[in-house]
Write a protein that binds this ligand. Structure first.
Ligand SMILES: [Zn+2]
Ligand SMILES: [Zn+2]
Length: 380
């Protein structure tokens, strides 16, 4: 442990050889002395001697703090947030000169100049804006490029969950990626990464961009449906992560669009990491090749007795439970199946008996085709 009289001779030796600013000189010794202000210590060590030359290490970078503060204020002017952190990119030559002095005078355990300058800027910014410095999980992160005098801002993503109800056929669930950038985000898609706003994904994205700002919206769907399917009941749950939002508060819990209702909207910590288990209640319109025999249809009642085995294209095998089956004959060659099953059962293939066993075609011993299927409810 050092004390002030011990370090003065070393400090004097350094000042004799190099012109250093108060910040840089103070920084070399403040940790040993457990002092928090490098500037005040530097001033004291120099005995108020005014340097005539630029600081050997930083070339008077610290004289420019207000300019950098202004860059930070400008960059963050459109953002609503409570906490922030500051990072910096510094010219390698400054770091080299700092290292050179450390090794020449055998100085150890010293803050880097980057730490010092970001600390100072953090203090200034916090004083000016009343926002809180948070190094671990800040809402806004500044990265200052001190060499080119640029300030970059990154805003922590937010995640929203909700449910949607679709009452009109013809609206696809997903939006195609932008042709130009394949979803990465470019000028022509306004950095959203999508081709437009004509889908469930597009309508929800547009709404969220308006509410939160942000660039890209990344969806996690709990199951999927056809363009021609309705989604009724309490709706299909979804999670969406919004990158680079400028606002972070959600005041409303629902929104209505012509054929789409969004409800149960809330901010959540994150999207689920593993697929969520859910069950779906469906109404499936099925046409049959041969005429329907009502006795034959009764066989469908046995579906809950066994698991339905599904083979993927890749050969992966999974099992789905069917909980409940009802049916209604509509005409000689068509009937409606009302079924509650484990989420992820591929309905069209289940009807066709296409690598799904037992499938409806097999059970009824006639080729069946799914004309349309609607979700009556989705239970998570
Ligand atoms: Zn300096
Ligand atoms: Zn694009």
């Amino acid at each position: 442990m050092s004390n002030y009289p011990e370090i003065t001779p070393i400090a004097n030796k350094i000042i004799k050889k190099y012109d250093l600013c108060d910040h840089c000189l103070g920084r070399l010794f403040s940790k040993q002395l457990h002092l928090s202000s490098n500037k005040l210590l530097g001033k004291k060590l120099k005995k108020n001697l005014i340097s005539t030359q630029k600081c050997y290490i930083c070339k008077n970078l610290f004289d420019n703090l207000n300019h950098f503060l202004k860059l930070m204020l400008d960059a963050s002017s459109g953002y609503f947030y409570t906490s922030f952190s500051v990072g910096a990119m510094i010219k390698p030559s400054i770091i080299d000169r700092d290292d050179c002095i450390r090794s020449q005078f055998k100085l150890k355990g010293i803050d880097s100049i980057k730490t010092d300058i970001t600390k100072e800027l953090g203090k200034l910014f916090s004083r000016k804006t009343k926002k809180i410095i948070d190094h671990l999980d800040p809402e806004i992160t500044f990265t200052l490029n001190l060499k080119d005098e640029l300030c970059q801002l990154r805003s922590k993503s937010i995640t929203v969950s909700g449910r949607y109800v679709k009452t009109l056929r013809g609206l696809p669930q997903k939006q195609q990626s932008c042709d130009n950038c394949s979803g990465k985000g470019c000028r022509s898609c306004n950095f959203h990464g999508i081709s437009g706003f004509e889908s469930v994904e597009g309508i929800i994205s547009k709404f969220l961009f308006k509410k939160f700002g942000g660039t890209t919206a990344k969806f996690t769907w709990i199951g999927g449906e056809d363009k021609s399917s309705l989604v009724l009941g309490s709706g299909r749950p979804f999670f969406v992560k919004i990158l680079n939002p400028s606002k972070r508060n959600l005041k409303l819990s629902k929104a209505n669009f012509d054929s789409l209702k969004i409800n149960h909207l809330k901010l959540v910590h994150e999207s689920p990491k593993n697929p969520l288990k859910f069950n779906s209640s469906l109404s499936v319109k099925i046409s049959t090749e041969s005429e329907i025999d009502s006795k034959n249809l009764k066989k469908l009642k046995d579906l809950p007795k066994n698991l339905v085995v599904v083979y993927d294209k890749s050969g992966k095998r999974s099992e789905k439970k069917v909980f409940d089956v009802k049916y209604k004959k509509n005409s000689k060659n068509s009937f409606t199946l009302i079924i509650t099953a484990e989420g992820g059962l591929p309905i069209k293939r289940f009807v066709n008996s296409d690598n799904v066993s037992p499938g409806i075609s097999k059970i009824l011993d006639t080729q069946c085709t799914c004309q349309e299927f609607d979700f009556l409810d989705i239970m998570v």
